[in-house]
Design a protein. Structure first.
Length: 214
């Protein structure tokens, strides 16, 4: 009986947390990096102390939102990498998946990734950079593992895969940030240009025997 009650309480708490994150998402989509705890609490129909009780502070809420969106992005990148297509097509699809995600929700992207836009009137010391850097590193490690699993890079393959993983994520982040702000070309043109930059060694690498390929 006690275990059943605890499970019910946990499910209720998880459901409430999802509802609060959805409210936070709505505010971030509206206000971008200026989204405040006061606005999120108002959107959720609760007081700010109750919001703090669930997430601790803006950093805790940020971390929860970041995980929510990073998990979704990583899933789309993995799907693009594992699609049944030629390697060049999968490279372009992976680049496009990242750019499409930030284009679809630019306010969320800016909230998660822009230290310069960080902080709101109630949170003068909040440092987005402290939280966004681990997100990029996580994506770099994930991509490195995919590369290592799928490509035969010869001696030192693990280290080279990590260099490539973090390098590709850094390139996508920097190029995507610039493109989102200036829109100097279409997304398709940017994808092709970035794929051209990556393609030399990727084209020459062999697939791992028995692996899914890349």
């Amino acid at each position: 009986m006690e275990s059943t009650q605890q499970n019910d309480q946990q499910r209720s708490a998880d459901r409430r947390r999802r509802e609060l994150l959805e409210a936070a998402d709505r505010v971030v989509l509206r206000d971008g990096p200026g989204a405040s705890m006061n606005a999120i609490a108002a959107e959720a129909g609760i007081t700010k102390p109750i919001l703090y009780r669930h997430f601790g502070d803006k950093g805790g809420l940020y971390a929860a939102l970041a995980k929510r969106h990073t998990d979704a992005l990583l899933n789309s990148l993995r799907a693009a990498l594992d699609a049944p297509a030629e390697r060049r097509e999968r490279v372009e699809a992976t680049l496009d998946a990242y750019l499409a995600a930030i284009e679809a929700r630019p306010q969320v992207y800016r909230f998660l990734m822009h230290p310069a836009d960080a902080g709101s009137p109630g949170d003068p010391g909040f440092d987005v950079g402290k939280h966004s850097l681990p997100l990029l590193r996580l994506m770099g490690e994930e991509l490195a593992q995919v590369i290592e699993d799928r490509l035969d890079l010869g001696p030192g393959s693990q280290q080279l895969a990590r260099v490539w993983g973090h390098g590709i994520v850094g390139m996508m982040h920097a190029a995507g940030d610039w493109w989102l702000g200036e829109r100097p070309c279409s997304r398709a043109e940017l994808v092709r240009s970035l794929a051209d930059l990556l393609w030399g060694r990727l084209a020459a690498a062999g697939d791992r025997i028995g692996g899914p390929g890349f």
